[in-house]
Design a protein around this ligand. Structure first.
Ligand code: PMP
Length: 357
């Protein structure tokens, strides 16, 4: 740490993203990207003319993109906020809806960035332990007296709450904002977007990074009542008005025009998830019931880190977390059928060799 960093941030522990190795080609199953490329229309849209237009600033309102999102989700343009990845929507939500009087509450095992944002902005937070089976008990979040942040499905467990459970949490916190992070919702959970029409304290955050094959373009969005969106805009226009760049905006529009293609990809990923879960179970793994594009699996005979290292030595990257309760587990992104076959082959060999790297 330099001697110049402000005292406020001196002890801040930053978020550590999954590895993005640039040295060799791995079967990359560690950061929940889509195995499928963007739709042909997206690739065509990022053409010469779009690149030439980079000399101009982007539309700070991202009107066209927000209009298309509003149509797709059955809301008005004033209910839609777009951001540089959904991380930015989440970051702005922590900034906008928490302060010295109003802390945050989220599960102890969830997206690691929630804790980092809370620490970055000096927000008190409560990390509520998940139940023994890694599920969330909705009543733990009733009358929270704090901004509630829940990933649904949760990460890295993949377990989803029902829409009725989400609604009850929203209802039981009328004076606080409830943020539902739906990064993985398209792979089998129910979205709470429709509830935003009924509850003015609900903000739903989604991303183009997973089901829409655009992790590298950085595009996310939030849907909520106009007042919540205005609050996010206040933060955005005080931080970075051009938060979504021109190429990403164009790519986002072309993505929304190709929804059938992405629905089809989600269907394929859900099928591949079921296939992989069955093969993993046959190898002796146990798993949570994941509704996301990853599986969360452990093996009785080998610990998570040893498995992670043995897979990495065979050119397959998965994610391992060292936190206490989840250290036996691997989070494995559901890739293409070929990638999952490679994973199963490698695991079969590793387990036969008694885990030697
Ligand atoms: N929420 C959850 C639960 C995630 O796992 C991720 C991916 N790291 C994000 C949000 C952020 O994704 P992005 O910024 O790429 O939209």
């Amino acid at each position: 740490m330099s001697r110049f960093i402000s005292r406020r941030f001196d002890s801040l522990k930053e978020y550590v993203p999954g590895e993005q190795p640039q040295d060799k080609k791995y079967v990359k199953l560690n950061t929940n990207e889509s195995p499928y490329p963007p739709a042909p229309g997206v690739i065509e849209r990022i053409n010469d003319a779009e690149v030439r237009n980079l000399k101009l600033y982007s539309d700070p309102e991202c009107r066209r993109l927000r209009e298309m999102l509003a149509v797709q989700y059955g809301v008005e343009i004033g209910n839609v906020f777009v951001s540089n990845g959904s991380d930015e929507s989440l970051s702005f939500a922590f900034m906008a809806f928490c302060d010295a009087d109003c802390g945050a509450i989220f599960p102890d095992i969830s997206y690691g960035f929630y804790k980092v944002y809370a620490n970055l902005y000096g927000i008190r937070y409560t990390a509520v332990p998940l139940l023994e089976d890694f599920s969330i008990r909705p009543s733990d979040y009733y009358n929270a007296g704090a901004t509630v942040v829940i990933a649904n499905p949760n990460a890295p467990t993949g377990i989803a709450l029902t829409i009725a459970e989400i609604e009850e949490i929203v209802k039981r916190n009328p004076d606080n904002v409830v943020v539902i992070d739906e990064a993985y919702v398209d792979f089998g959970a129910e979205s709470a977007v429709a509830l935003t029409k009924k509850y003015d304290n609900l903000l739903v955050v989604q991303t183009f990074s997973k089901s829409r094959s655009m992790a590298g373009a950085r595009l996310g969005f939030a849907i909520g009542c106009e007042a919540l969106i205005a609050d996010l805009n206040k933060i955005k226009f005080s931080t970075n008005p051009y938060n979504v760049n021109r190429l990403t905006c164009a790519a986002g529009e072309a993505t929304l025009a190709a929804q059938d293609y992405y629905n089809d990809n989600c269907r394929k990923i859900i099928e591949t998830r079921a296939w992989t879960a069955e093969k993993l179970a046959n190898l002796g793994f146990s798993m949570t019931d994941s509704k996301a594009n990853f599986l969360f699996a452990k093996h009785e005979s080998m610990d998570g880190e040893a498995l992670y290292l043995a897979l990495k030595a065979r050119g397959i990257l998965v994610r391992h977390f060292s936190a206490d309760r989840i250290s036996p587990y691997l989070r494995i992104t559901v890739g293409s059928p070929e990638e999952m076959q490679a994973l199963i082959d490698a695991l079969t060999e590793i387990l036969q060799n008694g885990g030697t790297v």
